[in-house]
Design a protein around this ligand. Structure first.
Ligand code: PAF
Length: 280
């Protein structure tokens, strides 16, 4: 496994691979790797000759500076896991390598980023789009792998690739869950023992809402779900919403769409958790 923190070295390594006709699969991450990330890597390995993982805690996608400081980091453990999974290249740039000059790029993703995470975390998706476009420019993968847990991020990246004509196939992989249903996330490490016991309620309430869809008015399902979640110790819901899976706009009663997703964000103490499931 080759580990490099410089764009120059990573490019030189990849140029050799591409010259030899090898396909490149890429998994961008912010480290603190868990089984969800490793499942993306396994998927990339099964479909490409060379697999690349980037580890970069991207400062410009954190709208809350305290969240950036508290974001879990463990490079040694990450490298160990990646080695065991036979990753070929790990790209670990510093902030100054990625941003030698302050970033000024501004994207307009329209209504896609005016809801849910985009609404609650102003500037977040602009920061994600900037770093992902830069990483795609450096790695130039044929395929890139993203988890469905960050469903809105996936939609934004698909839109980015379309808008900027980036020649990469975006591959979506299903959310990995703990045995009790909690969606795997690097942030789970920050939950206290009591909070960790409460956290699976998010998935339980999502599934309950899905089972009620079609039988009970949407607003009643949503109100009940929010009430159940807000009744949990230390839990505060930011949104719980049924959306059109392609536009991510809130679903109205009896609206016919090709796919529906139920999305939730809540804080548990100071830890912010998100999850979503498909309907139907
Ligand atoms: O999902 C993440 O970990 C990050 O948002 C990403 C895509 C690596 C960009 O920093």
């Amino acid at each position: 496994m080759f580990v490099s923190g410089t764009i120059k070295e990573a490019r030189a390594y990849l140029q050799k691979q591409k010259k030899a006709g090898k396909s490149v699969g890429f998994v961008p991450t912010m480290g603190a790797l868990h089984e969800g990330h490793l499942s993306l890597l396994r998927c990339a390995r099964s479909e490409n000759d060379v697999t690349v993982v980037s580890i970069f805690v991207n400062p410009i996608q954190f709208n809350n500076p305290a969240d950036l400081v508290k974001y879990p980091r463990d490079l040694h453990r990450d490298l160990d896991s990646l080695e065991k999974e036979h990753c070929d290249l790990v790209f670990t740039p510093s902030a100054s390598e990625m941003y030698p000059e302050p970033e000024t790029r501004e994207y307009d993703f329209g209504d896609l980023t005016r809801v849910m995470e985009g609404k609650c975390r102003p500037g977040h998706f602009n920061g994600v789009a900037v770093v992902v476009q830069k990483l795609f420019g450096i790695i130039q993968p044929g395929r890139a792998y993203f988890g469905e847990k960050d469903f809105q991020q996936l939609a934004v990246i698909r839109r980015l690739v379309e808008m900027e004509n980036i020649p990469v196939e975006i591959v979506a992989c299903p959310t990995k869950r703990e045995p009790d249903g909690l969606a795997m996330s690097s942030r789970n490490q920050r939950l206290s023992h009591a909070q960790r016991k409460t956290a699976p309620i998010l998935y339980q309430v999502l599934k309950q809402a899905r089972s009620e869809y079609g039988d009970i008015p949407l607003h009643s399902i949503t109100t009940k779900a929010i009430k159940t979640l807000n009744n949990q110790p230390e839990m505060q819901v930011e949104y719980f919403t049924f959306v059109d899976a392609s536009t991510l706009q809130p679903l109205t009663e009896h609206q016919k769409v090709s796919g529906i997703r139920i999305c939730v964000a809540a804080t548990l103490g100071s830890v912010r958790l998100i999850d979503n499931i498909p309907v139907g």
